[in-house]
Design a protein around this ligand. Sequence first.
Ligand code: DC
Length: 207
Amino acid sequence: MIIAIDGPAAAGKGTLARAIARHLDYAYLDTGSLYRAVGHAVMKAGFPPENEAEALKVAQNLDVAAIDKEAIRTAEAGHAASVVAAMPAVRAAILDFQRHFARQKPGAVLDGRDIGTVVCPDADVKFFVTARPEIRAHRRWLELKASGSDVSEAQVLDDVRLRDQRDSERATSPLKPANDAHLLDTSDLSIEASFGEAVRIIDKSMR
Ligand code: DC
């Protein structure tokens, strides 16, 4: 059983995906963390994220178990992630890992931008989770603030818009809902309400 959850930055995908994985006792993969880890490692090695040769080298040698979960959450790592994620060779380098992860039993929940369209087009249930940009920026700003960042909310909103544009307009695996995805707009939904709606849809499609 594969559950694919796609959508733009800070739409609530991660929270929802983790809750669903816990509820069903499935494995969970945050695929954004893979791109963040690549972007972060490229910068840490002293290169700009635009350096494709370095990004590919890092992606091909990525040790997922060794990803520094805290270091990849910064705004800089998020920016670097969206740059390396636009490189087809980087995406190809981490595709097999994602597909292999998705096949585990009894099931897996993967969240990202292209899970339902490219990584697991045959996923059993697909969601496309969205929220208005201002709401997403506010959520991301609260997260960054809690982790000690002094970035302004306006800056975060600019960044959210820029990343939406880059994720949606890139040629390879752009952010778009799969034809058979269930759309879930979390702008005016609590975490509990979003989870309840998702579980209702999953239960219905498992029957
Ligand atoms: O969800 P996130 O903010 O952690 O994602 C970081 C970046 O990685 C974002 O710009 C989009 C990109 N990404 C992607 O292109 N494909 C995925 N499956 C997951 C993330």
